[in-house]
Design a protein around this ligand. Structure first.
Ligand code: UDX
Ligand code: ADP
Length: 463
């Protein structure tokens, strides 16, 4: 089966970049990305590629090249489904905020809506690919909906989880460590797998394309994220111990990272991990483990999240304690709001929780982030429902440039590791702050000796 038309439902952080790269690498395939959100689609179609809704280094260029040739962004969902031989489902699967599994299980309502829509519209056989991160056995649910509500059309469901990390999405998509495709063992299932393999093989070496059964593929995605998050929580746990002893977490990380069995990646102590995947995926793992009565397994993984919550809280508590146990009415400037550098995504960013804690203490937060719009910051805080939107707006202000943001502040807190923060004129920032001037470096990116020389009281994580 040769794929000539692909549809992707969901034009977000996963769907947008992934389809842009497929379109660029497969000029013979027409790729249409659809979304219900008209504003988002309009932004993807903006003539100025700097205005596309997802900020990723290198993405604008690729979109600019392929868009209008074989890459299209549209709100005509039915039409794109009808035309395509292969459909990626890339819609959001947030943690449930109601009912059974509240705060833990993934909310699959958007996935189900997609499946029902595909079943209703399809007139020809199709391959459906789960791209969104999903709990194990979701493919089974999608299949059941498609087979029972469709009009006799044959569907094959594949799991093809996305391993791209935000901020490096284009790089990760262009040269992935591996591409994972899970499908049924039946001859039809194998044929569907091969059709998708042929798409990726346009630029990914075939030995890096792994074929598994559906459940292994779904579980591998959750496991990969759980292992990565566990490394961050492990080093963060050690960071607290370092602060109580004479050890330095950067030195410890370097020393253990050079052990080839451990490896050097994902050992940066920080104010805590964020992003749309880690917490959600671990919660999914915990939830299914509990559902099978595997309480020890569930507790083991849940501890990764407990440690992460602790790390965020510890950071805000330390700011309050260091500023003489009160931050009420004090200006504390946040540099960074995104959950990591090189992205405008803020989902589960540590900054949100640290700000919420400090607002509880009546601090005035000044903010500068190079890519996150202030509207997003407010909506992140409002989403916590700790206080009214009007209250939040009283306590947080955003600034056009970092120097204005830091002016008259008691303290600067670094929440995201944006490269530009390192190159600021820190002497100038110091001169315009209240004294003593404090820096709380939640990402260990500044030169401690230099900051102390300027006169700052400088505190980093784990030293
Ligand atoms: C992650 C996975 O890496 C990716 O494979 C999967 O597809 C989606 O989830 P992402 O959430 O985009 O990607 O970013 P990632 O680079 O994994 O970082 C997650 C969080 O951990 C960030 O908040 C980051 O700042 C933090 N982190 C990461 C650390 O605090 N220390 C580290 O050493 C590494
Ligand atoms: P991710 O990080 O997984 O890409 P996003 O929230 O960035 O998540 O993107 C998911 C997108 O899916 C959103 O733009 C949302 O509007 C879109 N979406 C959700 N449900 C549907 C649906 N039934 N049809 C079309 N688009 C949908």
């Amino acid at each position: 089966m040769k794929i000539t038309k692909i549809c992707c439902i969901g034009a977000g952080y996963v769907g947008g970049p992934t389809m842009a790269v497929i379109a660029e690498k497969c000029p013979h395939i027409k790729v249409t990305v659809v979304d219900l959100n008209e504003k988002r689609i309009a932004a993807w179609n903006d003539v100025n590629v700097d205005n596309i809704p997802v900020y990723e280094p290198g993405l604008g260029e690729i979109v600019g090249k392929a868009r209008g040739k074989n890459l299209f962004f549209s709100t005509e969902v039915d039409k794109a489904i009808d035309e395509a031989e292969l459909i990626f489902i890339s819609v959001n699967t947030p943690t449930k905020t109601y009912g059974t599994g509240k705060g833990m299980a993934a909310d699959l309502k958007y996935i189900e809506l997609c499946a029902r829509q595909i079943a209703r519209v399809s007139k020809t056989d199709k391959i459906i690919v789960e791209k969104s991160t999903l709990p194990v056995r979701t493919a089974e649910a999608i299949k059941s909906i498609l087979d029972n509500t469709g009009n006799g059309v044959q569907f094959q469901i594949l799991s093809n989880p996305e391993f791209l990390a935000e901020g490096t999405a284009v790089e990760d998509l262009l040269s992935p460590d591996r591409v994972l495709i899970g499908g049924e063992t039946s001859p039809e299932g194998q044929k569907a797998i091969e059709a998708l393999v042929d798409v990726y093989a346009n630029w990914v070496p075939r030995e890096r394309i792994l074929k598994t059964n559906v459940w292994s593929s779904e579980l591998s995605k959750l496991t990969a994220n759980a292992f990565l998050a566990q490394r961050v929580s492990s080093i963060n746990a050690i960071s607290e111990l370092c602060e109580k002893t004479e050890a330095d977490v950067n030195e410890v990380a370097k020393a253990i990272g050079m052990d080839s069995r451990i490896g050097s990646k994902f050992l940066k102590a920080s104010v805590g991990f964020g992003g749309s995947c880690f917490q959600k995926d671990i919660l999914n793992l915990v939830y299914i483990s509990k559902a099978f009565g595997l309480n020890e397994v569930a507790d083991y993984w849940e501890q990764v999240i407990i440690m992460n919550d602790h790390q965020k809280r510890r950071f805000s508590r330390n700011i309050v304690q260091t500023l003489y146990n009160t931050v009420s009415g004090k200006k504390i400037t946040f540099l960074g709001w995104a959950f990591k550098k090189d992205t405008n995504d803020t989902r589960e960013s540590a900054a949100i929780y640290v700000a919420d804690d400090l607002i509880n203490e009546q601090a005035n937060i000044g903010l500068f982030d190079p890519k996150v719009p202030f509207q997003q910051v407010l909506s992140d805080l409002d989403y916590l429902e700790t206080r009214s939107s009007e209250e939040n707006q009283k306590y947080i202000n955003s600034f056009e440039n970092p120097y204005e943001a830091c002016k008259d502040a008691h303290a600067v807190a670094i929440l995201t590791e944006w490269d530009e923060f390192k190159d600021y004129d820190w002497q100038k920032i110091y001169d315009n702050m209240l004294k003593p001037a404090f820096i709380f470096d939640g990402r260990n990116i500044l030169d401690a000796a230099k900051m102390k020389e300027i006169g700052f009281v400088y505190q980093a994580i784990g030293s």
